[in-house]
Design a protein around this ligand. Structure first.
Ligand code: NAD
Length: 479
């Protein structure tokens, strides 16, 4: 049994409470690790250590800080196999996906921000008899809190810019998938990261997560997770006038026009709907198809979805693994029942899954596709975050836009058409922070990343992240 440890003051340490919770492999439903249940005493030790480290880390040259990040990036690459295995074991996702997406991206995050900080510059404004320049200083002690769907990928996406900008970090991975964060802390030790610069506390969100957020020592919170949790973090942070970056839930529309490259749209939307079992905040969940090609799209889409292999995460041919937990599987199943009650017609999803004995108790679910649902129903309005999508009809650009924008969320969208003028008109008016035209999840780490409406506040990525993790101070000289 693996015993996960906190990473405080440069060491791997047990929780002060001596209490642990189970970490379950979702593909087998077996417990494989013990997760520390941290409390305010662990946080106190982490804060003391981070405060001691801050003067040294914040004043260190950017080149030196960048070197530490580069070293960690290289170690992630060197340990790709072990990290990918761990990620697949903890999340249920296909090993192949962890090998080609999750872990390479975690390494790329560290490398990207190592480079970015050496290129980061601040503004200057020259006037008639004065010049102003802006200093960008690290904020201080910051919290990075991440979810379970892309564990190391999102954990490093926050930690890398925070450290690069000279902050000391208290980080908390999801208690559902903490394993790679623990392995990451071992790599930080191997890289010689100075003690206290990064502290990783494990445990339950409403306990240690909440305790971190309530601490007045924390000067900024970068959070990715559910909208309800994000709202609570915003409420606690508002009276402290503390910076928050909130990357929250989504209910992402895809608009498929009659003039699209149909095969490309079908291929792209199968990926957009069911990659990582549909457990990506950017996944398409409401697909709107222009009436004249609806039946044609539907036929091709369903054929491809039925051919997706759901199975053992370590089998190369598996395109989908297990959902992350028994609770999450229950949640998605509840939505399948709701979709049926709402009049949805199930087009595929209930065919049996062939699994060997070892995986018989795993949380596997086939991709479900519904049609015939009104836009206002719960299935089309609420975030499900699993392998369930709806196919819907529209007529003309105006209706497509109305349906897409009829949502409390505004994270990502995709538009499928060969008419670039139309695509640009829609991109301008659609209420999402990210718009993909004829593609999905094509990511350039320099671009602003985040959502509108209930999908969040602020943007991550590139210079936006470095701006978030620094405090601007204007200096004016008169001459
Ligand atoms: P969650 O909100 O339950 O948990 C996210 C993190 O917050 C976890 O580490 C958890 O332990 C912690 N947490 C929970 N309650 C807390 C509290 N009261 N105070 C402080 N921390 C707390 O979300 P989840 O179920 O882990 O993740 C799924 C959600 O994340 C979905 O809504 C998904 O859309 C969203 N998500 C968004 C993005 C994005 O970039 N916008 C990316 C991935 C996932």
């Amino acid at each position: 049994m693996i015993k996960i440890a906190n990473y405080i003051d440069g060491d791997l340490v047990p929780p002060k409470s001596s209490l642990y919770m189970d970490d379950v492999n979702p593909a087998t439903a077996e417990v494989f690790a013990q997760i520390p249940l941290s409390n305010q005493d662990d946080l106190k030790a982490a804060i003391n250590s981070a405060n001691k480290a801050f003067p040294m880390w914040s004043k260190m040259s950017v080149e030196k800080r960048a070197n530490y990040l580069m070293k960690i990036s290289s170690l992630i690459k060197e340990n790709l196999d072990q990290l990918a295995q761990a990620e697949s074991q903890d999340t249920g996702k296909p090993l192949q996906l962890a090998r080609v997406v999750d872990i390479p991206r975690a390494s790329a995050n560290m490398e990207f921000f190592a480079h970015a900080i050496t290129q980061f510059s601040s503004e200057s404004h020259s006037g008639k008899n004065s010049i102003n320049y802006t200093l960008r200083r690290p904020v201080g002690l910051v919290a990075c809190i991440s979810p379970w769907n892309l564990p190391l990928y999102l954990f490093t996406w926050k930690i890398a810019p925070a450290l690069a900008a000279g902050n000391c970090v208290i980080a908390k991975p999801s208690e559902i998938t903490p394993y790679t964060a623990y392995l990451f802390s071992r790599l930080c030790i191997e890289a010689g990261l100075p003690k206290g610069v990064l502290n990783i506390l494990h445990g339950q969100g409403p306990e240690i997560g909440n305790t971190i957020v309530e601490s007045e020592n924390i000067k900024a919170v970068s959070f990715t997770g559910g909208t309800t949790t994000g709202r609570r973090i915003a409420e606690i942070s508002a009276p402290l006038f503390r910076k928050v970056s909130l990357e929250l839930g989504g209910k992402n529309p895809a608009l498929v026009f009659a003039d699209c490259d149909l095969d490309k749209a079908v291929e792209g939307l199968v990926r957009a709907s069911f990659t990582n079992q549909g457990e990506i905040c950017l996944c398409a969940s409401r697909i709107y198809i222009e009436k004249s090609i609806y039946e044609q799209f539907k036929g091709k889409f369903i054929d491809k979805v039925k051919a997706l292999k759901v199975g053992a995460p370590d089998e190369q041919s598996s395109k989908m693994g297990a959902l992350v937990s028994a609770q999450h599987l229950d949640k998605v199943r509840r939505y399948i029942a709701i979709a049926k009650e709402e009049g949805g017609r199930l087009l595929c999803g209930e065919e049996p899954i062939e699994l060997e004995e070892k995986y018989k108790h795993g949380y596997f679910l086939r991709p479900h596709v519904f049609e015939n649902l009104p836009n206002t129903c719960r299935t089309n309005q609420e975030e499900i975050f699993g392998p369930l999508v709806s196919l819907n009809v529209f007529q003309g650009e105006e209706e497509a836009l109305l349906l897409a924008n009829d949502s409390e969320y505004g994270l990502a969208s995709s538009i499928w058409t060969n008419d670039l003028s139309k695509a640009n008109r829609i991109a301008d008016q659609i209420e999402t922070g990210i718009v993909w035209i004829n593609c999905w999840m094509n990511r350039d780490l320099r671009t602003p990343f985040g959502g509108m409406k209930n999908s969040g506040l602020g943007r991550e990525g590139g210079l936006e992240a470095l701006r978030f993790f620094t405090e601007p101070k204007n200096v004016c000289i008169e001459f």
